[in-house]
Write a new protein. Structure first.
Lengths: 241, 220, 221
């Protein structure tokens, strides 16, 4: 379970998160929507310990992420993350991209790591690209590669940070299909996204962020239905539709 | 009147003036070589960027020789060649000629990069406004390309200034050679070294920093 | 021109010259290894948040880049006598060339590190890699790729600059040529032959580097 309690994050003077409370149960898919700059991506960075926090707490299976005594590298093995920019490692083939962290972080043998990598690449539909360098892959393929790379660590949780925002429109579908597949497999996921129809289909709960606060959270029927509880949610959705 | 203070016990004012004059000769040969080298280098760079395939291969393989043979060997070879050819010349001129050609070989690369940095679309736009080839070069390629490679040119000019120290090897009495003569005479090698090192540094460092400043300013 | 070119002395001396070329390569390779390692440290030093390593690295880099190599060689050979340090020709030339190369490579490394986006760092950290694992498997291999060709050029440059060893009494290729020149007074012939040898060395190094680069970075772009 991921628990976020009264989380505050500031960049200097800029108050990005102003007290967020959120808990995500095993197997749950939570989609986070909201305008750019509302703090939704920052939330993911804080959950993964890539950013420090000023107040509050993030617990993953009861372990505090920002506690000085926490071994972040170990914790992160359990929390996969995929970014807006796919960040493929350009000097490694697709297979090596995926096999690297099982091998060096989990200290698996090379063969074992490659087996896992192959399995994950097949899972995301890249079985014919194993020995290809990222420069020869499309954006959508690179993003699926990034998903396979995170999955190869066999995490219990996955964080997706606007994974389709940097893609050409015709490539969005293949990546969302991969996410749908994951959700169906029962992966616990937090997806920051601008794809409203995806959120509506896949999410167990949808959270709307506005200026550093979680304005509203609830099942998709509540947020996307006729009567979201908050006027701000209503206004935001009216604008993006 | 023949001591320049306690720090330079064995160095007299005469010695310091000797060094100063040599420093001026270092600047003279550098500036003359950088001037000729730049002019020739720009023409060669234009040939590299705009010439047909034969011109390009010919020019680039000739220039390549000057960048693949040590400068000191170029100096000695040229100096001995002009004497056996029966036209011996003062070390200043053989030094200047070799340094200029060396500088031209480096500037040619910079100039080509500058011309290629100007996007073809920009040049097409200029031509579409009715500019001729030379007008396009003069009003579009020159100012735009100059901006792109001016910092690299500064780098080349400074390396010619520093490499002018090698002209000492064919007997030109510039700063490095003067320092050696004085070292033999006064046995104050460390202090003399410090002085001439400081001279080169004070010539080179501010110019290189100014180049970096200009680069940053133009990039933003 | 009534000069008669005389090549037999050069041909007779060729084996000796090629031996000296080996010394040139030794000096260059050793200087390059020191220069690269120190240059890497200096590039870290310049990005350090502490004043002392930052300042010392900057001083090193600026002196190396803003004074002539010949000055640096002379300083190592004669200038250190003040402190009772007398280096052999070989050590003095290697020291000076390493000093110089470190300064230039520090800047090259800096450019290389700047060319790798921070997002690569985040991606690696999010996979649970430690700082050193991230550097070792993600950052450094990519930096090496970026600096590979500048590094090759620097190496050729070191080979050419090692010719100044002659002026500090080192019998590398140019020094050996000068030695034969002083015995035969066939200046043009000897130095022309040496120029050809340098040219061939430079081309071979370039070719080797291209082939190796092609092998190492095949497919990536």
């Amino acid at each position: 379970m991921i628990e976020v309690k009264q989380l505050h994050k500031k960049y200097g003077e800029l108050h990005v998160l102003k007290g967020i409370d959120l808990s995500v149960k095993k197997g749950e898919v939570v989609c986070v929507i909201g305008a750019s700059g509302s703090g939704k991506s920052t939330l993911l960075y804080c959950i993964n310990g890539l950013e420090t926090i000023q107040k509050g707490e993030v617990l993953i299976d009861g372990i505090s992420v920002h506690d000085k005594n926490t071994d972040l590298n170990k914790l992160r093995q359990n929390v996969g993350m995929v970014f807006q920019q796919w960040n493929s490692f350009p000097h490694l083939t697709a297979l090596e991209n995926v096999a690297l962290s099982p091998r060096v972080v989990k200290k698996m043998s090379k063969i074992e790591a490659q087996e896992i990598a192959k399995k994950q690449l097949i899972h995301v539909g890249l079985e014919d690209k194993l020995n290809v360098y990222p420069s020869a892959l499309s954006g959508g393929q690179q993003q699926r590669l990034a998903i396979a790379r995170a999955l190869a660590m066999e995490p219990s949780y996955m964080l997706f940070d606007e994974v389709t925002s940097a893609l050409d429109p015709e490539l969005v579908g293949e990546v969302l299909d991969t996410l749908r597949l994951l959700a169906k497999d029962g992966m616990t996921m937090i997806c920051v996204t601008h794809e409203m129809s995806f959120a509506r289909d896949v999410a167990d709960r949808v959270a709307y962020f506005h200026e550093g606060l979680m304005e509203e959270i609830g099942p998709p029927e509540q947020i996307f239905g006729d009567n979201p509880k908050s006027e701000k949610t209503k206004k935001f959705l009216a604008n993006v539709k | 009147m023949n001591s320049a203070g306690s720090a330079f016990t064995n160095l007299s004012w005469v010695d310091l003036i000797f060094l100063g004059e040599a420093a001026i000769r270092t600047l003279q040969i550098s500036i003359v070589s950088i001037f000729f080298g730049t002019v020739i280098g720009i023409i060669l760079g234009w040939m590299l960027a705009a010439g047909n395939v034969f011109v390009r291969i010919a020019v680039s393989s000739i220039l390549d020789v000057f960048r693949s043979v040590p400068l000191i060997i170029q100096l000695i070879l040229f100096d001995s060649f002009v004497s056996i050819a029966g036209y011996p010349m003062p070390a200043f001129w053989s030094g200047t000629i070799v340094l200029s050609v060396y500088c031209a070989a480096l500037v040619a690369m910079v100039a080509r990069a500058g011309i290629e940095a100007v996007s073809p679309n920009l040049r097409r736009a200029a031509r579409s406004l009715g500019m001729g080839y030379w007008q396009d070069l003069r009003y579009i390629v020159w100012p735009v390309g100059l901006r792109a490679v001016f910092p690299s040119w500064i780098g080349v000019a400074l390396s010619v200034l520093k490499d002018s120290a090698l002209v000492s090897a064919i007997g030109y009495l510039e700063l490095m050679r003067a320092s050696q003569i004085l070292t033999t005479k006064t046995q104050e090698s460390f202090k003399i070294m410090l002085l001439i090192g400081l001279f080169y540094f004070l010539m080179s460092y501010p110019i290189s920093k100014a180049g970096e400043f200009v680069e940053k300013k133009w990039q933003s | 021109m009534d000069y008669q070119f005389l090549w037999p002395p050069v041909i007779k001396a060729l084996p000796k010259l090629l031996d000296a070329a080996l010394l040139t390569m030794q000096v260059s390779v050793i200087s390059m290894i020191f220069g690269l390692s120190i240059g890497l440290l200096l590039s870290f030093g310049r990005r350090s948040k502490y004043f002392i390593p930052r300042t010392l690295s900057s001083i090193w880099v600026e002196i190396a880049r803003n004074t002539p190599v010949l000055f640096q060689i002379f300083f190592c050979y004669w200038g250190l006598g003040e402190f009772g340090i007398f280096l052999s020709s070989f050590v003095a030339v290697v020291t000076a060339l390493s000093f110089n190369t470190a300064g230039y490579m520090a800047e090259t490394f800096r450019g290389g590190f700047n060319a790798i986006p921070d997002t690569q760092l985040n991606a690696a950290r999010s996979l649970g890699m430690s700082f050193f694992q991230t550097q070792r498997y993600i950052i450094v291999p990519q930096v090496l790729r970026v600096i590979y060709y500048p590094m090759t050029n620097q190496f050729i440059w070191v080979i050419l600059m090692s010719s100044l060893g002659m002026l500090a009494g080192l019998r590398e290729l140019t020094g050996e040529t000068q030695y034969f020149n002083s015995r035969t007074f066939r200046t043009f012939e000897f130095f022309a032959a040496t120029a050809v040898i340098y040219y061939i060395i430079a081309k071979l190094v370039m070719l080797g580097a291209r082939l190796l680069g092609w092998r190492l970075f095949r497919g990536q772009s």
